[in-house]
Structure formats: C-alpha cells, structure tokens
Write a protein that binds this ligand. Structure first.
Ligand SMILES: NC(=O)c1ccc[n+]([C@@H]2O[C@H](COP(=O)([O-])OP(=O)(O)OC[C@H]3O[C@@H](n4cnc5c(N)ncnc54)[C@H](OP(=O)(O)O)[C@@H]3O)[C@@H](O)[C@H]2O)c1
Length: 169
C-alpha cells in the first residue's frame, strides 16, 4: 500500500497558524478534497481528526474510510477507526485491500510516518504566505529522507503543487 502525504503549507513550511487556523485558498482545498475522494482512504493524527470533525470537513472530502493514530484507546466512530501506531494504521488499510491512502497530517503524525519510512509520495501545495510562527510541516524528530521531484504544476497564479517520490535508501 502507498501512503501519500498531502499538505498545504506556506512558502516557509508552516502547515497552520499557532492557533491551528489554516487559511488556504479555495483551489487548494478543492485539490485536497479531490485527492482524498480519489483514494477514499485517509490517515490522520488525533488532533487533526478532532479539528476536522469539529469543522465538519469529512463531508467535504467525501467521508473516506479514516484511520486515526492515537496512543489512547478510542472506540471506532462511524467510518473512523483508531490505531496505536503508523504501522498499525497501514496494516488496517492493507487488510481492507486499500492501494493508496492520503496521510493528512498533522505535524506530529507526519514526522512519525517519515521516521518509520512509511511514506511513498509527498504532495505539497505551496501557498503565497509566510508565517513567522506556526505549526511546521514536520514536528522535530530524528530522521532524514531523500526525494525525487516527479511533478510541479500551478494550481493558480499564486499557488504551486510539488510532487515528490520518497527514495528508498
Ligand atoms: N496544512 C495542512 O494541510 C494541514 C493538514 C492537517 C493538519 N494541519 C494542522 O496541523 C495541526 C495538528 O498537528 P499536530 O502535530 O498538533 O497534531 P496531529 O499530528 O494531528 O496529532 C497528534 C496526535 O496524533 C497521535 N500520534 C502522532 N504520532 C503518533 C504515534 N507515532 N503513535 C501514536 N499516536 C501518535 C497522538 O495522539 P494522542 O495524543 O491521542 O496519543 C498525538 O498527540 C493543526 O494545526 C492542523 O490545523 C494542517
């Protein structure tokens, strides 16, 4: 199974304001929703799951099958199940014969997946903004990763999308 990390970020690599706000362009939201709808499978950190649930975002992305990674023991909730680790999240997806799943953040889970070597592809939508403070693309963790650029396109005059393959070392 391939895990596709998909994040919108500022030009300096912030994925949200300090207060969790994500003021992305309409075209970015549309592309994110399109990618999630295509694969019908989403992996989220517990904080991002709670933010999306509160703001009613699951409907917008087509109510995909969702695995939420958490150290807590939480009962499954509709289309959402809970997993104790990135490895467990991937094995739940594989049991369902899911070929591609979108890893939808946030910073802490992104870093956990990179550290575990479980990300196959990365899509970054770069918005024309800079936040001096905020939530970084990856929480601080001890990992390095090497990428191949496989695509670059304009989503609009101001927003670009970068696609990378994660090289196996
Ligand atoms: N720009 C974008 O595209 C985008 C997308 C998504 C989110 N965001 C932003 O990202 C922010 C949230 O990121 P965040 O880093 O604070 O939270 P997060 O990654 O969404 O969730 C963190 C939680 O996930 C669980 N977790 C992470 N790694 C784990 C592991 N290896 N094993 C077990 N559980 C693990 C833990 O849950 P427990 O505490 O329950 O154990 C942890 O507290 C928000 O501001 C959100 O708006 C932006």
């Amino acid at each position: 199974m391939k895990v596709i990390l998909y994040m919108a970020m500022t030009a300096n690599g912030m994925i949200a304001r300090e207060n969790d706000e994500t003021p992305w362009s309409g075209i970015e939201w549309k592309n994110y929703a399109k990618e999630v709808r295509k694969h019908k499978a989403l992996i989220l950190g517990r904080r991002t799951y709670e933010i999306m649930k509160k703001s009613g975002e699951f409907k917008r992305v087509g109510n995909p099958f969702t695995v939420v990674v958490t150290s807590q023991s939480i009962k499954s909730d509709g289309n959402c199940v809970f997993a104790i680790s990135p490895e467990k999240a991937v094995s739940i997806m594989e049991e369902r014969k899911i070929k591609n799943a979108v890893l939808g953040g946030g910073a802490s889970l992104n870093a956990s997946f990179m550290k575990s070597g479980l990300v196959g592809e990365i899509i970054l939508d770069v918005e024309p903004m800079i936040f001096g403070k905020g939530i970084k693309l990856f929480a601080e963790e001890n990992f390095e990763s090497y990428l191949s650029l496989v695509g670059i396109r304009n989503l609009s005059k101001n927003t670009i999308q970068l696609r990378y393959k994660v090289r196996k070392v």
